[in-house]
Every structure is written in structure tokens, then in C-alpha cells.
Ligand binder design. Structure first.
Ligand code: FES
Length: 384
């Protein structure tokens, strides 16, 4: 079929299609005229177009309205519940078995379920609306290739407007308002999900905010030793400086003497995601390059690096002592253990955080302080 050029002022006549009106004529046409014209242009044949409720206000119509509105009301209510849960549900980490652990564990499932229910109900509402309130319409259309012309777009928009008018949306106040409520709340929910992190303040504890401290932090100056994981959370085995042979690596965890009689704390420290540290004993023939400001962080050939990858936080568990490289299996970042764990391959751009360590009178390794920078991936506020 011949298509009119966009912006043509004069009417045109295609050889095998309808007469195409000028822009002026187009602007004067009513919605019904535009729909008819669009049908002709698109080779649309309307076989039947029947109002579902020719007599307004019947019980059947009101029942259909209530069913449609019911879905949108469910969407609105679950959207509100999502907002409340997102803001008020206890979201800060509580270990399994501790008081509040179950509530914390339910945080993600609850907000996921409520948000999903809201989206689902909107979808069901739209389906119910089209099946129960829009006119029953049987139309056959031939397929066309290429981009739609201006006339096609105008007439298609007119068809949508006409369909909306025929559905009686403006007089169906219950459906109209429930759609508005569901759309508003759901839109708000999307905004909250996207920007909610900006509402909550992870820095309200200042220098002791969770992202800035790890299990190696000691508030009262109590010494934090290095402990190995034996598989029994209540068994405490501390690490001595002579325990690792040259070229060896071991994952160690923080331990304070005050935790010894608290089984739940002993267990939690093994699960704490930011505390695992790789203790590496470099071979004696390895050349070491230290990072400025961290020259005394090692103890002899023993170096302690956070196990949490600076790319996206995976555990960097693999170590090759021939090349002194630490490998993160997630995206293959490699860190040079004898050069302050700087990244030498892969997507990571920052070194692994290094823990300053020392040895006490009995040869046990301990942390001289917490990490001097946040461990793991970048976030907006981090300075290093
Ligand atoms: S998380 Fe380690 S390389 Fe991506």
C-alpha cells in the first residue's frame, strides 16, 4: 500500500488504499473518523465490536467492576505493606539462633513477596479489565513492514482513546480509583526500592558504622587474636607465627578472650562475612614491595589480607605460591601477595585490605588494629 509522506499538506490518493487526508483535514477529524481511517489504512477488518454492558449500571456490570477493582486494591494494599516492611522490618544482620534472627531472615522474603504480589495483582487487574470491561472485539489485520507513518500513529492513538471511552473507565469510579491507587503505590514502591538505601542511614554510628568495622575491631582495647576454623565453633585454636610453612596460606578469624565463654559469639565470628583473613607465609626468596603507610603491617614473612575481593566481594580463596598470586574465582581477579595484594589481573581495581599484625610473648598472632580501610567492594562513601 502507498504511504503518505509525513507533513504533506494536500490530500493524496493511493492506488489501492483509502484517500489520505491532508494535515488540516486530519486535525479536524473526530476520534471515530480517525479510527475508521486507521482501520482502512491498516487493512483492518472489524468483524464484531460489542459493548459488554450496553445498559450501564446493571448488577453484572457492577460485579465485573468489583472484580477488576479488587485486583487493583490488592495491588495497592500489598504495595503499602511493602513500603511499611521495607522501612520498618528489622533489616540489620542478626545471626541464626539469636534473638531476632528469624525476623531478620524473613526480611528479604517478606519484601520480595509483597512487591511481587503487588506487581502480580496489577497484571491480573489489567487482564481482568480487558476481559471483563473492554468491548468484545474481533478484528483481522494484515501485517505491514517498516516504521509506522504519522497517520498510522495518530489513528492508532485515536483507537486507544476510543477503546478507553468505550470501556467506560471515566464513569467506573471504583475501577478508576483503584487503578490510580495501585499505580501510585506501585510507582512509589519502585522508587523506594531504587532509592530506599538513600533513606536509611548506614552511617548513623559514625566511625563504628557496620561498613567501616570488622570483627578485628576492638572497642575496649582487648587484643584480637587469630583463630583457625576447626569445624567446631566452640573449639578455640589460636595461630602461632611458626604454624605456617613458607609458601603456605591459612584462613583465620578474629578471637577475643572475652568470647571464650560465649558459644554464640564464637559461632558468629566464623560466619561474619567481613572477618575472614588470609594469612600468607611468603617464601624467603620472594621480593616484597610494601604499600606506603603499611610498611609495618606484616610480621616477618607473614602477611594478612582480607579474604573479601575488592571487586564484588567474593571470597578470594585460591593462592599460588609459585607466583605469589591470590586468585578470586568469581571473575578471575588476581592480587600480588608480595606487593600489598595489589590487583594485577581481572576487573578488581583496588588492593585487598591488609590487616596489621604482630606476635605476643607466647608467639600467638594478633591484629594490632582493625583494617585501616573498608574491606570488599567499593561504595559511594569510601575514600580509599
Ligand atoms: S568478585 Fe572477585 S573478581 Fe569479581
Amino acid at each position: 500500500m502507498t504511504r503518505p509522506d509525513q507533513g504533506a499538506d494536500a490530500p493524496t490518493q493511493s492506488h489501492d488504499g483509502p484517500r489520505i487526508p491532508s494535515d488540516d483535514e486530519l486535525a479536524r477529524m473526530s476520534t471515530d473518523d480517525l479510527v475508521r481511517l486507521g482501520n482502512q489504512i491498516d487493512d483492518l477488518e472489524v468483524v464484531s465490536n460489542r459493548e459488554r454492558f450496553p445498559v450501564p449500571g446493571t448488577r453484572a456490570e457492577r460485579r465485573a467492576e468489583r472484580q477488576v477493582a479488587g485486583w487493583f486494591i490488592i495491588a495497592a494494599l500489598s504495595g503499602i505493606a511493602f513500603l511499611v516492611a521495607f522501612i520498618a522490618w528489622p533489616w540489620e544482620y542478626v545471626g541464626p539462633g539469636e534473638e531476632g534472627g528469624v525476623l531478620y531472615a524473613l526480611y528479604t522474603p517478606v519484601i520480595g513477596f509483597l512487591f511481587g504480589l503487588s506487581v502480580f495483582a496489577v497484571g491480573m487487574g489489567v487482564i481482568a479489565y480487558s476481559k471483563k470491561l473492554l468491548p468484545e472485539d474481533l478484528t483481522i489485520q494484515q501485517r505491514h513492514d517498516g516504521r509506522s507513518s504519522e497517520i498510522d500513529r495518530r489513528t492508532a492513538a485515536a483507537r486507544l482513546v476510543q477503546t478507553g471511552q468505550q470501556s467506560g473507565i471515566t464513569r467506573r469510579k471504583l475501577v478508576y480509583r483503584s487503578i490510580g491507587a495501585a499505580g501510585g503505590v506501585l510507582g512509589l514502591g519502585v522508587l523506594v526500592a531504587a532509592f530506599g538505601g538513600l533513606v536509611k542511614n548506614p552511617w548513623k554510628e559514625g566511625p563504628n558504622s557496620p561498613l567501616l568495622i570488622t570483627g578485628w575491631h576492638s572497642e575496649d582495647g582487648e587484643r584480637v587474636y587469630m583463630r583457625r576454623d576447626t569445624g567446631e565453633s566452640e573449639e578455640v585454636v589460636l595461630v602461632r607465627s611458626g604454624d605456617l610453612a613458607p609458601g603456605a596460606i591459612e584462613t583465620v578469624y578474629p578471637f577475643k578472650e572475652s568470647q571464650r565463654t560465649h558459644p554464640e559469639e564464637l559461632a558468629e565470628v566464623l560466619r561474619s562475612p567481613d572477618s575472614p583473613v588470609m594469612l600468607i607465609h611468603l617464601r624467603p626468596d620472594v621480593t616484597v614491595i610494601k604499600r606506603a603507610g603499611q610498611e609495618d603491617f606484616n610480621y616477618g614473612a607473614l602477611f594478612a589480607y582480607s579474604k573479601i575481593c575488592s571487586h564484588m566481594g567474593c571470597p578470594t580463596s585460591l593462592y599460588e605460591d609459585q607466583t605469589n598470586r591470590i586468585l578470586c574465582p568469581c571473575h578471575q581477579s588476581q592480587f600480588q601477595a608480595n606487593e600489598y595484594a595489589k590487583p594485577v589481573f581481572g576487573p578488581a581495581t583496588r588492593p585487598l585490605a591488609q590487616l596489621p599484625i604482630a606476635v605476643d610473648d607466647q608467639g600467638y598472632l594478633y591484629a594490632r588494629s582493625d583494617f585501616i580501610e573498608p574491606v570488599g567492594p567499593a561504595f559511594w562513601e569510601r575514600r580509599s
